[in-house]
Design a protein around this ligand. Structure first.
Ligand SMILES: *[C@@H]1O[C@H](CO)[C@@H](O)[C@H](O)[C@H]1NC(C)=O
Ligand SMILES: *[C@@H]1O[C@H](CO)[C@@H](O)[C@H](O)[C@H]1NC(C)=O
Ligand SMILES: *[C@@H]1O[C@H](CO)[C@@H](O)[C@H](O)[C@H]1NC(C)=O
Ligand SMILES: *[C@@H]1O[C@H](CO)[C@@H](O)[C@H](O)[C@H]1NC(C)=O
Ligand SMILES: [Ca+2]
Length: 572
């Protein structure tokens, strides 16, 4: 009797290497890692055991707006795998491991930004900070530093579908599936014990998070997404809208004239939220009540600036804000319409920087000229014109509002199932108990804030079609909460609205929601912006800026809600 009980215990003690009694340096060896590889976890991929590499990093200090500053030790474990039958395929994954004594049964995938599928060592620390294993992938694009845009086309100019699917959603699904099994093996977590899994990412990283929630409802228990670059076909192409308006109006403002308009917009709209603190917390009220008479004709002056990395020298700029500049900005904020006057897309909120309207100084002619947005241009050049490694399109000759609409419709038709990332039916994710916290800066200059509101509203109306707006909103609250961060720019605070704060402990908040059932009513900020309201509630100070409330305001909801009448098919 005794011996039969003892025997398996002994076997277990020998086989199990990891436990809280081991040190970080004991688990951070190539041989320990090799024994823990998630081999056989995913059919059709082969893990290359010889590729394993481990390195112990001590006293690493990580600091970001996305997590509290922290100094810690971790083990950097990397390995490579390939998809069987795909020629030349090699995907590198990197996992950061906390000390066994700190590990709390958590795994956290992290995403990229722009055309990168990972953020190097800047996002992944969030995992160690919550006592979990962190993961990032290179998507199979070549190396951890290779962007998807370098791998998107094959040498003969055809789309690299393998890379495109990896970018769209496949690489992240593999990263997390392998990462969870690796975590279980490394820390010897019993098979009946849950490993909580999380995701955090902003911008493209936000889109990557949604790509998983929409397709793999059981992959993550909690997801933190910021300003997602989803509704891809519209989002990428829309970066060119400002340039096409400039061409149509034949007006190319100096950066100083645009900055002056922004500064005056901020000054004029700051108090509308009930508190004059330099933050435009109610850009909806700004849109409705902006005092243009304070803007047109205002004098501006900016000193000459020397050339610096990434920007050429600019001359001293002085003048008065022109009627043409005002018309340009009004048209820009009104959003893209086709030649029938039907709405194709929407714009950024007033108060944000005019990034898509930036011009370039030509020192030979002494004039400001068209500077085509590379964010929009690269999409058209590579995915519609099939020019390998192109960074932008050469010109906007002959490009009209209708062309932009056609590019959006074509992009959605050709790449929609891979890249659009706006599937609104999250029924299975909700049923699996998943939770999402979604944050978007209200003064985002690169991804319209209304883009996130639109997706939230698509989820509400598709999942709860029989409920009223407010009942539907309450139903969505059960598993998905959207917060607009007052004054914040694109996945960041805001140099022009210094009191704006990006919420820094959102991963901790979603962990509390998942593991302790504490759903966040508001998100924690700091200083004047101590709390951030969840949509559709809106911030409002009363009592001369002394009392803060999150209020329901139908005009505000209407202001963020657009009817995209230019399309026959739904655009979620
Ligand atoms: C890490 O920092 C602490 C405190 O500054 C120091 O005592 C320790 O020696 C450092 N460890 C290593 C390995 O550098
Ligand atoms: C982790 O190790 C891999 C492989 O040696 C290396 O390429 C990568 O840069 C390392 N990551 C960090 C953050 O040091
Ligand atoms: C382009 O190159 C790929 C990879 O070599 C090949 O599979 C494909 O058939 C080529 N397509 C054309 C149109 O040449
Ligand atoms: C706009 O305001 C910032 C301070 O937020 C200031 O540094 C800048 O000079 C102003 N720009 C113009 C054109 O007045
Ligand atoms: Ca304010």
């Amino acid at each position: 009797m005794r011996s039969t009980l003892l025997a398996p215990a002994v076997v277990l003690a020998n086989a199990v290497v990891a436990s809280a009694t081991l040190s970080l340096s004991e688990i951070c060896t190539d041989s320990y890692a090799k024994a823990a590889l998630p081999i056989g976890t995913i059919d059709g991929i082969t893990v290359d055991a010889s590729s394993v590499s481990t390195s112990l990093v001590t006293n690493f200090t990580a600091s970001s707006i996305f997590y509290p500053t922290s100094t810690f030790d971790y083990c950097n474990l990397t390995f490579a795998y390939s998809h069987d039958g795909v020629e030349g395929d090699l995907v590198h994954v990197e996992y950061w491991l906390p000390a066994p004594g700190k590990f709390k049964n958590r795994y956290v995938s992290t995403g990229g930004g722009g055309w990168a599928i990972n953020s190097g060592s800047s996002s992944i620390p969030t995992a160690i900070i919550v006592d979990g294993v962190g993961g990032l992938t290179d998507g199979g694009f070549g190396s951890f530093n290779t962007q998807f845009s370098s791998a998107a086309l094959l040498a003969n100019g055809t789309i690299n579908w393998q890379a495109t699917y990896m970018w769209g959603y496949q690489a992240h699904n593999e990263l997390a599936t392998l990462g969870k099994q690796l975590t279980r093996n490394i820390y010897n977590v019993a098979s009946n014990k849950k490993i909580y899994s999380y995701y955090q990412g902003c911008s493209e990283g936000g889109r990557e998070g949604w790509s998983q929630v929409q397709r793999f409802p059981e992959q993550f228990d909690g997801v933190v997404v910021g300003a997602p670059a989803f509704r891809w076909a519209q989002q990428q192409t829309n970066h060119l809208t400002g340039n096409v308006i400039q061409k149509k109006l034949d007006y190319y403002p100096s950066p100083c004239e645009l900055e002056k308009i922004m500064n005056l917009t901020i000054a004029s709209c700051d108090p509308l939220d009930g508190k004059t603190d330099g933050v435009v917390a109610r850009s909806d009220l700004c849109l409705a009540h902006l005092d243009w008479s304070t803007i047109e004709g205002a004098s501006y002056s900016c000193a000459a600036a020397a050339a610096s990395y990434g920007s050429s020298a600019t001359p001293k700029q002085t003048g008065k804000v022109s009627a043409k500049a005002v018309e340009l900005v009004k048209t820009y904020w009104n959003g893209l319409h086709d030649s029938n006057g039907d709405r194709v897309y929407f714009s950024y909120q007033p108060g944000s920087t005019f990034t898509d309207l930036q011009t370039e100084y030509d020192s030979t002619t002494g004039t400001w000229e068209l500077d085509i947005s590379g964010l929009g241009g690269i999409w058209i050049a590579q995915f519609i014109d099939y020019i390998k490694d192109a960074e932008n399109i050469d010109s906007l000759e002959g490009v009209t509002y209708d062309t932009l609409k056609e590019w959006m419709i074509f992009s959605q038709a050709k790449y929609g199932d891979i890249l659009q990332t706006t599937s609104p039916d999250l029924t299975e994710f909700q049923a699996a108990g998943g939770k999402v916290i979604h944050v978007h800066g209200e003064q985002d200059y690169s991804i319209p804030t209304a883009s996130s509101v639109r997706y939230w509203d698509s989820v509400r109306s598709i999942m709860f079609p029989k409920k009223s707006y407010r009942e539907g909103a309450a139903a969505v609250d059960d598993f998905y909460r959207l917060f607009l961060a007052p004054g914040c720019s694109h996945c960041d605070a805001n140099a022009y609205q210094p009191k704006a704060v990006w919420p820094q402990t959102t991963l901790q908040t979603v962990i509390e929601w998942v593991e302790s059932g504490k759903a966040p009513e508001t998100l924690t900020g700091s200083g004047d912006i101590a709390e951030m309201c969840r949509w559709p509630f809106r911030p409002l100070w009363t009592n001369s800026g002394k009392t803060f409330q999150c209020v329901y305001d139908q005009d505000s909801v209407d202001s963020f809600t657009y009817d995209l009448t230019a399309y026959k098919l739904p655009v979620y």
